[in-house]
Write a protein that binds this ligand. Structure first.
Ligand code: ADP
Ligand code: MG
Ligand code: ZN
Length: 637
């Protein structure tokens, strides 16, 4: 065993490092400047405490919270580690004693408040200390972009330089690039190792539910809260929404207390106490609720409205499942709710000053856009959040039974039976109604296709939505498809000439017929018989086939299927739509529906405006913006 691991065990009693810790410790020991970005509770202290024990001399730890300094020092002393602190709670004599002990090698870790360096006596004494490591905790206090800027932190670069410390390490839970940049610049770190780690909360199930009618919010919230079965927090953007949400939830039979900045202290304390002591209560709150609240067994955090940033979302959602047991974090999302956040950016919010017209407002708009992208994310939500923070962890592992889960990777995880649809399914349902007809006998070719589809359903074992199964059959190269074992099976690309819409429609019909069951379909006995072609099916879908069929009907009716070339064009149009949506910070369907893209891919209107106006779904209002986005694609094709 190496000396670092041995120290971890002997002095701290831990058998292994948490994510990020080991590499930070090694870098510090190597003498490289370090910025460690890890969320609260991830174990930042150990990253400097352990090297402190292995290095000669004393480690000076700058910490802004005098109250926490004493706790830290006490817990180190309990572990037999020589530690002390230097702050305004000590009198002159005590301070001198501490500095004396440090100078004489009797202290390994010296905690100092940032103001101490201003005092001549302490400064002179510190210049004589054999400092081996200068560690700065809560380093975001350096930055104006952080939430608690401390002027004294801005001197720490100069302090480190003038003390001539050989190693500097800074730690924070704030992961925004601006803050990170300010830390590196202000501390004058050259070639620092920046480690972002520990952001994965693998007991949380992350989900987003698209809201089409406001009535759905209380209904969904109730289902989630009841299913999660424990204390829950419902976060709202405004005080008014809190009151409304509490009322609606009350009507739905859920007992709530309300907490927001508009209540007097007494009411807030009462709400907080009730929530702290009872396990059958839902607290409906603005972001004013959170600081200092630490109920470990919160089982669900529901966001009634979209928050202003992923940072805010993850902090609030992260209050679920502190005990490490599964918990559910669900955002009820409708794009209209972003207007409240826009309003906050312009006018200030519950805990926010107005951002004015400044660089700050632009940065907050960007954060809001990132939040909206999260809501529309089609791949792993954990991965999306970790990517946002710059953490390297991949996200959900579809192979593992427990661990991180999200609605895009493991739709069924945990909250089985909640009737609310997954966002992808709801979006698709809203966008592309499946064509139906009276039940009809299938022809031979169609039966073979059904056989292939049912065998894919069998292989999916209830893991995948119809849409994903359809994509596997089409041979899609999207990540969510490729990461599933089904993509490595014979089903992959087996029906590549059929359209995804036709396959999804067929899967729907097979469900209605009783061959499959569930939104993440599994084969029934009837389905097995159909798969072996032991029975003659009658399905309520229009004719479908593996070969490309000429578009039927007039130009204004959408083709049921696209030819291979049109499929290709359709994909390019989707890409253009995605780019345009990203550029404007809106959802793709705001730019154009899939239906419309199918039309464009099939009809390929030329450059003339009139030709475009003949396409169903194109009118005077949208013709110009549509041409701007999509004409280049059609002309390139
Ligand atoms: P942070 O400063 O990042 O918020 P702390 O340093 O206060 O987090 O650590 C949070 C908790 O995690 C502490 O109780 C600490 O003892 C514990 N901890 C730290 N590292 C490990 C580890 N490698 N294994 C187990 N527990 C750890
Ligand atoms: Mg800490
Ligand atoms: Zn995921």
């Amino acid at each position: 065993m190496d000396v670092v691991t041995a120290t971890l065990e002997r002095h701290f009693g831990f058998s292994r490092f948490r994510p990020g810790q080991r590499e930070v410790v090694d870098a510090i020991l190597d003498g490289r400047p370090v910025v460690g970005v890890m969320p609260t509770g991830a174990g930042k202290s150990l990253c400097y405490q352990l090297p402190a024990l292995l290095l000669d001399g004393v480690t000076v730890v700058v910490s802004p919270l005098i109250a926490l300094m004493k706790d830290q020092v006490d817990s180190l002393r309990e572990r037999g580690i020589a530690a002390a602190y230097l702050n305004s709670t000590l009198d002159m004599g005590e301070q001198r004693q501490v500095l004396d002990d440090a100078a004489n090698g009797r202290i390994k870790l010296l905690y100092v408040s940032p103001e101490r360096f201003r005092f001549q006596g302490a400064w002179a004494a510190m210049q004589r200390l054999p400092i081996s490591l200068f560690a700065i905790d809560e380093a975001h206090c350096i930055s104006h972009w952080g939430h608690d800027f401390r002027p004294d932190y801005q001197n720490l670069g100069r302090v480190a330089r003038e003390l001539g410390v050989p190693r500097v390490a800074a730690f924070t839970a704030t992961a925004t690039p601006q803050v990170r940049f300010d830390i590196v610049r202000s501390l004058e770190l050259s070639d620092p190792m920046v480690t972002v780690a520990g952001f994965l909360r693998d007991n949380l199930h992350l989900a987003v539910l698209p809201i089409r009618r406001m009535k759905e919010k209380p209904r969904y919230a109730r289902e989630i809260i009841e299913k999660a079965g424990g204390p829950a927090v419902v976060y709202c953007a405004t005080r008014k929404n809190c009151e409304e949400a509490a009322l609606e939830l009350g009507r739905a039979g859920i007992e709530t207390v309300v907490y927001h900045g508009g209540l007097d202290d007494e009411a807030r304390t009462a709400a907080q106490d009730a929530f702290a002591t009872r396990d059958d209560l839902v607290i409906v709150a603005t972001n004013a609720f959170g600081m200092g609240v630490d109920k470990p067994n919160v089982r669900a955090v529901v966001h009634w409205d979209v928050p202003g940033s992923i940072d805010a979302y993850y902090q609030e959602a992260g209050r679920a499942g502190r005990d490490g047991k599964p918990a559910w974090c669900t955002l009820l999302f409708t794009y209209a709710d972003t207007r409240v956040q826009e309003f906050f950016i312009d006018n200030g919010g519950e805990n926010l000053p107005p951002a004015a017209r400044t660089a700050r407002a632009e940065s907050e708009r960007q954060k809001l856009r990132a939040m909206v992208r999260y809501a529309y994310e089609e791949e792993c939500r954990h991965a999306a959040i970790l990517r946002y923070f710059g953490d390297r962890v991949l996200g959900c592992d579809p192979e593992s039974e427990d661990g991180a889960s999200c609605d895009n990777c493991k739709p069924q995880a945990g909250l089985d039976g909640v009737k609310v649809t997954s966002p992808a399914a709801a979006r698709d349902a809203a966008r592309e109604p499946e064509p139906r007809c009276d039940p009809r006998r299938l022809d031979e070719d169609e039966e073979i296709i059904v056989q292939k589809v049912l065998s894919a359903v069998a292989r999916a074992h209830g893991r995948l939505s119809s849409r994903i199964i359809a994509r596997v059959l089409k041979g899609s190269r999207s990540r969510e498809v490729l990461k599933d074992p089904l993509a490595a099976s014979k089903s992959y690309g087996l029906l590549s000439t059929m359209s995804e819409a036709a396959l999804v429609g067929l899967l729907g019909a097979l469900g209605r017929d009783g061959c499959t069951t569930g939104r993440y379909p599994m084969l029934t006995d009837r389905g097995k018989e159909a798969m072996w072609r032991k029975l003659q099916l009658e399905l309520d879908v229009p004719p479908f086939g593996e070969r490309t069929k000429p578009a039927r009907g007039a130009a204004t009716t959408p083709p049921a299927e696209l030819s291979a070339e049109a499929e290709d064009l359709f994909r390019q149009l989707k890409q253009a739509r995605f780019n345009a949506a990203k550029e404007r910070g809106v959802a793709p369907f705001v730019i154009a529906s899939n239906r419309l893209l199918e039309q464009l891919a099939t009809l390929e209107p030329d450059a003339s405006r009139d030709d475009w106006l003949r396409v169903k779904g194109v009118g005077e209002i949208n013709v110009d913006p549509l041409r701007e986005v999509f004409l280049p694609v059609l002309q390139g094709a």
